[in-house]
Design a protein around this ligand. Structure first.
Ligand code: HEM
Length: 303
């Protein structure tokens, strides 16, 4: 009789991911009380902000070009690159228009998260803009908004309400960009690299076939996947569903923050996650150790 070999199945669970940036965008908005009343106050002042937006954009880039550190970031220490300047003014005008239009959409939140990743050197020009200067530039926008609103001579209650609301909104945006910036830096951190290869829908969703992830020695598949899904948070829902786990350290969970968020494969037809061609469900699970040059593949159901 041939002895039956029992294949061990590994429980695939991914914990320790950063909070979903869209969720925090909404929660922070709520915390800041950027409610309908605040939106009405902001909209009352939109027009005066728009009136001088174009000269402000021009002045902002003149300023960045003459301040030593920001000029160095943009590569404009010697002279301004006219084409790059046009490009930067164009994107900033788009951002300004959406901002003055009081855009709280999830899509805008994703765009800001993406802008943060670009600031970490992940854009087509691969320019690294330290968060210090992005935060500083946001301060300049806040000052411009406040100045314009005060100059327009609205009644004091509206003036105070609108300036406060704009400040909170720009703060919310700064945080959103910073989140994208941080996950991009994390993706590049570590002396070794592994590749995450994408198949099926995932390729269309992020517009690429693979992503390099930097890791430290002694990293596991989970470590690389954490960086990957922090960088592409919108992909989480394709492969995983969320489970909440109560704390393991003996005390009872009382607040939402006491629960740990754990990502487990979606039930039903599931995505296979392979390490160098071997299905991690049957071969090591997410605790499998990584070697430099390893390839993690994300395969859609049915392939
Ligand atoms: C109010 C603050 C800022 C906001 C809201 C902001 C927003 C953005 C956005 C939305 C993008 C993406 C544009 C796109 O491709 O669609 C971007 C890219 C970029 N930003 Fe900022 N930014 C800010 C401050 C700065 C500062 C202070 C600098 C430089 C000193 C800077 C340099 C860049 C560069 C170089 C890119 C493109 C990177 C690349 O293509 O490789 N940004 N920014």
């Amino acid at each position: 009789m041939i002895p039956q070999t029992k294949t061990m199945e590994y429980q695939l669970e991914l914990s320790g991911l950063r909070p979903d940036p869209i969720h925090t965008w909404r929660r922070l908005r709520e915390f800041l009380q950027l409610d309908e009343h605040a939106v009405v106050q902001m909209r009352h002042t939109s027009e005066v902000l728009l009136e001088n937006a174009a000269p402000f954009v021009v002045a902002a880039y003149d300023y960045l070009a003459q301040f030593d550190e920001t000029a160095a970031v943009l590569g404009w220490e010697q002279e301004m690159d006219e084409e790059h300047l046009r490009e930067r003014r164009q994107f900033f005008s788009t951002w300004m228009a959406r901002t003055i239009g009081v855009d709280f959409s999830d899509e805008f939140a994703e765009y800001l998260f993406h802008a943060g990743r670009l600031h970490a050197g992940h854009g087509p020009r691969q320019i690294h803009t330290p968060d210090l200067w992005v935060m500083g530039a946001m301060g300049l926008v806040q000052a411009y908004f406040a100045e314009r609103i005060i100059q327009a001579g609205f009644d004091p209650e509206l003036t105070a309400g609108a300036i406060g609301a704009w400040n909170k909104y720009l703060m919310l945006q700064t945080r959103q960009m910073n989140e994208g910036y941080k996950v991009a830096l994390a993706l590049d951190e570590g002396p070794q690299t592994v590749e995450v290869k994408l198949y099926g829908r995932l390729r269309t969703l992020i517009g690429r076939e693979q992503q390099t992830v930097h890791v430290h020695a002694d990293s596991t598949v989970a470590d690389a996947l954490r960086k990957f899904f922090d960088y592409y948070p919108t992909l989480r829902k394709e492969l995983f569903q969320v489970r909440w786990r109560t704390p393991q350290n003996g005390h009872d969970a009382t607040w939402a923050t006491d629960f740990e968020t754990v990502y487990v494969p979606r039930s039903g037809p599931y995505w296979r996650i392979l390490l160098n061609g071997r299905d991690l469900s049957y071969d090591g699970g997410f605790d499998a150790m990584l070697q430099p040059g390893d390839v993690i593949a994300l395969f859609p159901p049915g392939r």
